[in-house]
Design a protein around this ligand. Structure first.
Ligand code: ME8
Length: 517
């Protein structure tokens, strides 16, 4: 039977600077969602990349005194390096300056034009270069500094030029019908409500081309114009699957199952994108999920505030899986979150080093010492054994449900709930005391603990791939037996199987001192 397909994407980032922790956060959350579905037997395609056109890129290049293509090349390389530093499992990395993307963007443009949705006119209105967005006058305000700002707090400038328009106003009712009939189209629900009220308040036609610069995809048949950057940017999700070649091998992944993006760009994904697709006669994605923003100790990150934390430094300093775990566990996915040194250290030491790491190290060391280095035997289970094994099996059900709705933190809470309970189980059963009084029961307790660790480790793979693999290696679980379907009693550890010598998997974070830094 053909496996069910699953197509997931991140936003594509502007490479006008190096990647920051917000970019890293989105990528690793999406990676966890992709890995989860892969381990759950789906045929997954995961796309990320860079959004290289637009005025913001041009202005940054001018400021640096370099050609814009050089800026794009330099920083796109940094985004690729970040994907590998974060152990992202993306299947492709798209750059919007690639030839394949020009083809896709021009094809969707032609399809929208053929549907009668594109016309030429003149644009006069406000534009934010930082957001690469057009705003209605009523969405802007002049502040005390005499500068006019848009709804995201970025300055806007007056633009007046000849432009092609997309008949967005014609899609208002169809969009509202979409949100009504497919309540899961936009998540979380606060974002859905915002979009619905924006669309209800009325949609104006959208300016979709510019003539005052040429850094963009040329408009087919009128090369004086380049496409508005968001028209080409959104199309990346199709380019990645081979569009416009609908016979492309990867086209079978369309429609996207989830576009994972930040809350600031929900309007583009939940209004413009489905309207473009309807116009071009292309199936709509199933879900757009807007995650929250990360703040450094509650302050918004910005280059001028000097609190932009480099994800490379963070991973080097705290460890990759520690960083992955921290962000995915600490920040409810969909809400804003804050991070600080103390919070990362606390999660690293409390959850990983103490709860999971120590439990594995203590139980596996006891097995090595007292059970001849093989998986111990296990007798008739008592209620406590059954309860902890059942909780581990139930965590899979919870995690599946949560991950299907991007509740990444809920999945991790269920998994680490098992770890906390397993620690209580281990302490209450006192296998070290049983060693003298009832060695057979000691073996059952150690087997049960090791089996719970096996289940937890399988479940941890999407979030902490390397560390989970190390745990599974310590339990001698072979590479073909690590799918989520194996988190059950039918695939339990087999008594008598040889185990390698236990090694610590989750080091404690120790504050650097002048001597050891
Ligand atoms: O918006 N915390 O690119 P981008 C969490 N090119 N997420 C953050 C964040 C933060 N502090 N800062 C940014 C763009 N992001 C467009 C997207 S998609 C067709 C085109 C998120 O480099 C942001 O919300 O400004 C977005 O999802 C992604 O990082 C890229 O942001």
């Amino acid at each position: 039977m053909a496996r069910e397909k699953f197509y997931i994407t991140t936003a594509i980032s502007y490479p006008n600077g190096k990647p920051h922790i917000g970019h890293a956060y989105e990528l690793l959350a999406t990676d966890a969602l992709a890995r989860f579905q892969r381990l759950d037997g789906k045929d997954v395609f995961f796309l990320t990349g860079t959004d290289e056109h637009g005025i913001k890129m041009l202005q940054t290049a001018r400021k640096e005194g370099i050609p814009v293509r050089e800026l794009a090349d330099r920083n796109a390389a940094e985004f690729k390096r970040m994907a590998s530093a974060l152990n992202a499992s993306n299947d492709d990395f798209i750059r919007t300056t690639e030839e394949r993307h020009y083809r896709a963007s021009q094809a969707i443009w032609k399809a929208m034009a053929a549907n009668g949705d594109i016309y030429k006119g003149g644009y006069a209105g406000w534009y934010s270069v930082r957001d690469e967005a057009y705003y209605g006058e009523e969405e802007t305000e002049v502040r005390a500094d005499d500068i006019r700002y848009g709804p995201q707090g970025t300055p806007v400038e007056w633009v007046e030029e000849e432009s092609y328009f997309f008949r967005l106003s014609a899609y208002q009712d169809r969009l509202l019908a979409l949100y009504e009939s497919q309540p899961g189209f936009i998540g979380p629900s606060e974002r859905r409500n915002e979009v619905m009220s924006f669309v209800r308040s009325g949609l104006k036609d959208l300016s979709i081309s510019r003539t005052t610069f040429d850094w963009g995809v040329p408009v087919p048949g009128d090369e004086k114009h380049v496409m508005y950057v968001w028209v080409d940017a959104l199309t990346n999700y199709l380019t990645g699957l081979g569009y416009p070649d609908e016979n492309a091998e990867k086209w079978r992944f369309w429609p996207a199952d989830a576009h994972i993006i930040g809350k600031d760009i929900v309007r583009f994904h939940a209004i413009y994108w489905p309207a473009f697709l309807m116009s071009a006669g292309i199936e709509l994605p199933k879900r757009v999920f807007g995650h929250g923003f990360l703040f450094n100790r509650g302050e918004k990150m910005s280059k001028s505030l000097g609190n932009v934390i480099d994800p490379f430094t963070m991973v080097e300093h705290y460890g990759l899986d520690q960083v992955r775990y921290f962000f995915l566990r600490e920040v409810p996915f969909g809400q804003d979150g804050s991070y600080s040194h103390e919070a990362i250290v606390n999660r690293t030491n409390a959850d990983l080093a103490n709860d999971l790491g120590n439990l594995a190290q203590r139980s596996l060391s006891m097995i090595a010492k007292n059970c001849g280095g093989v998986v111990p035997a296990h007798g008739e289970p008592i209620e406590a054994d059954k309860a902890i094994l059942d909780q581990a099996a139930a965590a899979l059900v919870t995690a599946r449900q949560a991950m299907a709705e991007q509740g990444i933190h809920l999945a991790l809470a269920a998994i680490f709930g098992v770890v906390a309970e397993a620690n209580r189980y281990f302490a209450a059963q006192e296998p070290w005391a049983l060693k003298k009084t009832d060695p057979a029961r000691m073996e059952t307790v150690l087997w049960t603990t090791a089996e719970v660790i096996r289940r937890v480790a399988i479940l941890c793979q999407p979030f902490m791939p390397d560390s989970a693999a190390k745990l599974l290696d310590l339990l001698a679980v072979d590479a073909g037996s690590r799918d989520l379907a194996q988190v059950d009693g039918a695939h339990s550890l087999v008594s008598g199987a040889a185990l390698p010598l236990p090694q610590p998997v989750f080091p404690r974070y120790v504050e650097p001192t002048p001597d050891n830094s």
